[in-house]
Design a protein around this ligand. Structure first.
Ligand code: HEM
Length: 249
């Protein structure tokens, strides 16, 4: 199959000083909730962490309460549900992997918590040394955006397995069990952002980068301070060396 490379996008969180665009993350959460969560779990994300998207404690509580969480069986053995609280995690759409696979022609929709890192491109020595300055850090969100916007008709002469959809960006095979999940206008935005497939794909990819890398901004900031410190330290060590080993005539 003619596999395609994801297009490199301009992410606000790219580069040594990159930060997340809170508005974009909030839109991405909405896309996940309204569309992706029908099939994909987000097992590693607790509601309380959504304060990282710029939500207040009250907003997080209200968001969590929109979900029904299993609270264990009652005396008759029936599952008893309660509204979510901030310490709960996103509930999965399926009971278990078997049920998930059965609902999708045998291919279970993977958990999306770490997908943006899992599909990131990792390059070996020596390029990884320079990759802190390149767009390669954002290979994962580039891939998610490309996958969601990259469905097309199979080229002539290419047969794809029944129940799959042709997509030359798919990492494994160019045809996958997920039907195109996005269409224009499927999620409504209240901040005036365009309600297009491209915009949804960008927003949910950014959101999934945040679920995989919630501390990205802190790490970048610390990294910068460390680099500045190391430069100053190097100068001081050099001057010390010059003075200690200076010839005394
Ligand atoms: C696979 C994202 C909605 C069903 C995937 C993959 C990603 C993804 C990143 C993994 C591709 C890979 O392994 O490289 C999303 C996003 C969605 C969404 C961001 C929302 C915008 C849905 C929906 C369904 C679904 C609504 C079910 C109706 C699946 C299935 C797979 C999959 C079955 C496995 C495909 C295979 O391995 O052949 N999705 N998805 N997805 N998704 Fe989705």
């Amino acid at each position: 199959y003619p596999l395609e490379h994801p297009e490199q996008m301009d992410w606000s969180f790219a580069g040594p000083l990159g930060t997340y665009d809170r508005g974009q993350l909030q839109r991405g959460l909405k896309v996940y909730k309204d569309v992706c969560s029908a099939c994909h779990s987000l097992d590693l994300v607790a509601f309380r962490t959504l304060s990282g998207l710029g939500y207040s404690e009250e907003q997080v509580k209200a968001f969590a309460a929109e979900y029904e969480i299993e609270a264990g069986p009652d005396n008759d053995g029936n599952m008893y549900m309660r509204p979510g609280i901030p310490s709960d995690y996103f509930p999965a759409p399926f009971e278990n992997a078997e049920q998930a696979a059965a609902s999708n022609n045998g291919a279970a929709p993977p958990d999306l918590s770490l997908m943006a890192k899992a599909r990131g491109i990792t390059r070996g020595f020596p390029t990884f040394i320079f990759d802190i300055f390149t767009q390669y850090q954002e290979g994962g969100p580039d891939y998610i955006h490309a996958l969601l916007t990259g469905y097309e008709e199979p080229p002539e002469g290419v047969e794809i397995p029944a129940g799959t959809h042709y997509n030359p960006y798919f990492a494994n095979a160019a045809s996958l069990a997920m039907a195109p999940p996005l269409s224009e206008g499927i999620v409504s935005y209240d901040d005036g952002a365009p309600e297009t497939v491209d915009q949804y794909a960008r927003d949910v990819a950014a959101f999934l980068m945040w679920t995989a890398e919630p501390k990205l901004e802190d790490r970048k900031q610390t990294g910068l301070v460390v680099m500045v410190f190391l430069v100053i330290m190097a100068v001081l060590v050099f001057l010390t060396k010059k003075s200690v080993y200076a010839r005394k005539h």
